[in-house]
Design a protein around this ligand. Sequence first.
Ligand code: ATP
Length: 231
Amino acid sequence: MIEIRGLSKTYGARHALCEVDLDLTDGEVVTLMGPNGAGKTTLLRIVAMLARPSTGAVILNGVDLARAGAEARRLVGFLSHRSMLYKDLTAEQNLRFYARLYRVTDASERIGSLLDTVGLLDRASDPVRAYSRGMQQRLMLARALLHRPRVLLLDEPYAGLDEDARAMCDGILVDAKHDGVMVLTATHEMAHSLTMADRVVVLSQGRVALDARTSAIDAGDFANDYHLLVS
Ligand code: ATP
């Protein structure tokens, strides 16, 4: 479980996050929404241990991430805007590199299975620089899942994906939930969020403007409510 307590992040005079409190439990799919600049990526990067909060804490399974080591990093999988892929390496070489980094013991089987899941098995030997945007996004999903993280952080996972790949991505969320993985997804796709997530958290100017179970939200009214929340 993740406990986020009084989390703030400032860049100079700018407040990217302000006193954010959130609890996330195993097997829960939570969607982060909010306008451009609301703080979604900042929050994901802090939970992924790629950025440090200015104040406050993220506690993962009882351990403050500020004091956590490599073990905690191995619990987290992050699909970021930044590709984290080596363009001159093939898809398979990229995944092998990350498998070593994360000490994946069954690397060959895991890589083959993930390339199959994301539909890239027949392009596994192509360098990533020859991949289309959607193909890179598929590979980034595979990279995020490679070490079987217990916390999956997805920053706009549907960006650039075609219909088949979107369904594949939905399947990944369903499987993750089934396996008790905690999923935190930032997206602008309102209708889709309401069907896929257990909870929706809306950020507005770095603050939590709404934290609600999707079962309690009326999808028909939500677009209006959302605009009021973030305006
Ligand atoms: P989007 O929907 O556009 O992806 P977001 O909700 O993910 O937006 P963030 O990327 O978290 O928003 O940015 C939140 C705020 O923090 C913005 O005002 C942004 O300009 C600022 N910010 C983020 N990273 C930095 C940085 N490295 N240096 C300065 N300001 C930053």
